[in-house]
Design a protein around this ligand. Sequence first.
Ligand code: ZN
Ligand code: ZN
Length: 338
Amino acid sequence: MKGTVLYAPGDVRFEERPEPKIIKPTDAIVRISVTCVCGSDLWPYRGANPITQPTPMGHEYCGIVEEVGSAVKAVRPGQFVIGSFATSDNTCPHCRYGYRSSCEHREWITTAQAPQLRVPLADGTLVATPDVPPDEMLPSMLALSDVMGTGWFAAYAANVKPGGTVVVVGDGAVGLLGVLSARQMGAGQIIAMSRHESRQKLAREFGATDIVAERGEEAAVRIKELTKGIGADSVLECVGTPESMMQAIGSTRPGGHIGYVGVPHGVELKGEKLFYTHVHLHGGPAPVRRFLPELIDLVWKGKINPGKVFDLTLPLDQVAEGYRAMDERRAIKALLRP
Ligand SMILES: [Zn+2]
Ligand SMILES: [Zn+2]
């Protein structure tokens, strides 16, 4: 089988890789229907994370179960399944509290940009859909594997409530789906921060009521104006840079909540400054698995269509072009078909 391997910044190859096999009785092998490039894949691609050896890539996936280990009970061959990028047993204390991406037995999925994938802890990690979804539903099902679940968690962590005011920092796939999540949770005002026309358009389609194209100080002033001088109840931080984090803190009203899901790169917070803001901070790698049954149901019934964030579809063997297009911001998110 061939799979995606990152060799160095900008150097993505699609090359011969060992076929995945059942290693533990709790494993499953999934035949990937669709996979994709993640915004977080761009960190190493751009050299922000060091690459010490050729690194297989990919953590967003859905597909058909091909084989299961002897201990797997919840899924069976032939079912269409979606899993999180973090595996979970669903039985340890952290899982039971809902933080399945902090499972005591967590492993990260790292080889999903390939035709086949081994999923450890299959019973806890994978969720089967009611039936094999039609082809046009695949992008939305795939989005649940990470970006939609992460946007949803950002909104949940930011305590989005019916009628509340929301600011979304970041117009990547996660930010855009944070807008969709806030709308679904009943937010009254949703301010999306974006300076790209196509992304602004999708943000509006997903439920944004206002767009702020300014950055930094000017953006802070604009958001104050839009929230009657108060600041937002809920702010979703979906980038992970020092600027985006400060933007989020500066947009939140005293007593408001920030859900931060952008993987921090160089973010440092001054305790004293934070102290006087009165904000709640809640974030981390999204416990996507917790939300999968509910989100699958919403997609299955046609109530949400998060797959709209995929604006580029490529055959899997052209994965390198997917990275390039996202790096150059020619594409929001690249879907890959094996
Ligand atoms: Zn991802
Ligand atoms: Zn666990």
